[in-house]
Design a protein around this ligand. Structure first.
Ligand code: TYC
Length: 105
């Protein structure tokens, strides 16, 4: 009996090199001396979906240590979140800044 040949190529499946995971990026919030703590908490809730307690704790970590990672995303999402933070800060005349950094492997 002649059975049709089925393999990963005929099924259109990609080889290992094509299925490699996309690089990931951290969004990092930076401390400054002027942005009100409540505004940072609001940003952490609105942009990163943290609840009240976690947002407060992360804000305090930034305040005490100078910075904190707020999430890990594919590049386009990390860029969008960072842009939204910086844009909201600027619109409200606060010096708050976020940056993105590539994750190590
Ligand atoms: N250091 C600020 C203050 O004392 C609060 C602050 C926290 C600012 C986190 C920025 O990313 C930040 N008002």
């Amino acid at each position: 009996m002649n059975l049709p040949q089925v393999n990963s190529e005929s099924l259109g499946l990609k080889d290992k090199t094509q299925t490699k995971k996309p690089p990931l990026y951290k969004v990092v919030l930076l401390n400054d001396d002027y942005t009100p703590m409540d505004f940072v908490v609001l940003i952490l809730k609105k942009i990163f979906n943290f609840d009240d307690l976690l947002a407060h704790n992360i804000m305090m970590k930034i305040h005490n240590e100078g910075r904190a990672d707020c999430g890990i995303f594919v590049k386009e999402i990390a860029e969008t979140k960072s842009f939204e933070v910086n844009n909201l800060a600027q619109t409200n005349e606060h010096p708050l800044k976020s940056i993105i950094e590539p994750c190590e492997e």
